[in-house]
Design a protein around this ligand. Sequence first.
Ligand SMILES: *Cc1c(COP(=O)(O)O)cnc(C)c1O
Length: 407
Amino acid sequence: MAKINSNYQKLQAGYLFPEIGRRVRAFAAANPEAKIIRLGIGDVVLPLPEPIVQAIKDASDEMGARESFRGYGPEQGYDFLLSAIADHYKSQGAAVEADEVFVSDGSKCDTANIQEIFGLDNVIAVTDPVYPVYVDTNVMAGRTGEAKDGRYGKLVYLPTTAENGFEPALPTVKADIVYLCSPNNPTGALMSRASLEKWVKYAKENEAILLYDAAYEAFIQEPGQVHSIFEIPGAREVAIEFRSLSKTAGFTGVRCAYTVVPKDLKARNDQGELVGVHGLWLRRQTTKFNGVSYPIQKAAEAVFSPAGKKAVADNIAYYMENARIIREGLAAAGLTVYGGVNAPYIWLKTPAGLGSWDLFDKLLNEAHVVGTPGAGFGTCGEGYFRLSAFGIRENVVEAVARITKIL
Ligand SMILES: *Cc1c(COP(=O)(O)O)cnc(C)c1O
């Protein structure tokens, strides 16, 4: 008899978004006249900018002509895109070479797959609350114990709450691999330069690796803030960075992201010798991945063109104006809000000691607004609630008016 990977049975049932979907469908069925506004799942709503659409069309035409047709491309990505990405990093003050960039079809897969190249006995640290992909993929791989009270055995949890300004404190036990996300989903917090320097120092001293998810880097509004971990001296020896065009450029349905594995990054094998991590990821990708389609890589290249950069910045400004409207509107009504300045998420403290699922039900039933209960991202998310700035302006304004009326 074939056997399953029993680690899958450790996974907590009732994943967050299916449960939200279930409650919203039940409400909509019982209240067909209600105009529901969805500020829950982090998905973009604005259409692709014109220069990007044009690039897809032109590349499709190339694929339809015998002289310019292309079959399999390089697994790591076409040179034109790798260099555009490396140039973009350099313009941000981060030393990244084109051959250190790996283009993929999403940061979800990259942040999920990266753990494969590391041993099963590594101690893994994650923040709480956390993007669930980091946790669940380590559960599937067998790096955790059983779940108890919303937490998995063997994982090291780093609370990020209002009490510590949403800056994860260094672990008190030695962690080998640390997942960091900045700007953060779900809290909307941005890690400071001083905090990132502290983490790089920790990683060096403990021979740990930082897995740095910068999916929302393009949403940073304040000048002088850190966009890439590779702006921090020494980070090339201790960090991998993930970026995605999903939220940045409206690519959630297009699919293109990239991961930077510096050649200076090393980890130890079972004999205690230092091994380059870049070569392992290259081997993993060339074995299991055949690259992103040519038209989509051309679309991604267009994101870094002057016209593409301008169009993408305009869309981000639209979302960040939504964020400002939500943040200031709720604050003016006396609610305690975090985030929404350098990230498209507002992290709301639930009022009057409401549980985060209680607030979810209250907003759905009384304001017909869908958000995301903080508890769905970890035990430290209890007492918080996430609102996304990815909405059409009039809906965002309407949602704020409805929420402030009932809270
Ligand atoms: C949306 C998101 C991503 C990007 O996922 P894609 O697979 O590239 O669409 C990565 N990390 C976080 C924290 C996200 O919220």
